[in-house]
Design a protein. Structure first.
Length: 134
């Protein structure tokens, strides 16, 4: 049975800044601290964390939403890709990034939920800064 979860974080930058950085090989590498290669178009392939994560972008709504087919090297070979939907919303002091991760192979959801915080949101707070109190 595939599992899912939603996580979010707020940053003191615009939705456009977050959207653009997520789809930029250079900025994605900079904010995670690990190599990323990203084609910023629908149907484009991406790889992050030195090829630990790979996938395809299937939907883009400029500065608002990114949808990707996503998998790691830990996925069983016959399991389909999971689905990552990232939404960007303006707040009074920046933007909130909300990430919904679904269709995750059994037994892996907990580690990926922690991974988004530890390997994305925490370094992104260092890169973009911490938000002001709302």
């Amino acid at each position: 049975m595939a599992l899912s979860f939603t996580v979010s974080a707020t940053f003191p930058v615009s939705p456009k800044t977050l959207y653009t950085a997520w789809l930029s090989s250079e900025e994605h590498t900079a904010f995670t601290g690990s190599t990323a290669r990203i084609s910023a178009k629908v149907g484009g392939r991406f790889a992050a964390w030195d090829d630990y994560i790979t996938g395809t972008t299937i939907e883009l709504v400029k500065d608002k939403k990114i949808v990707q087919r996503w998998r790691t090297t830990e996925f069983p070979e016959n399991d389909p890709d999971s689905l990552v939907k990232i939404r960007f919303a303006k707040t009074a002091h920046g933007a909130t990034l909300t990430l919904a991760h679904s269709q995750i192979p059994k037994g892996q959801a907990r580690s990926y939920k922690k991974g988004w915080e530890d390997f994305y949101f925490a370094p992104m707070r260092e890169y973009f800064g911490k938000p002001a109190k709302e």
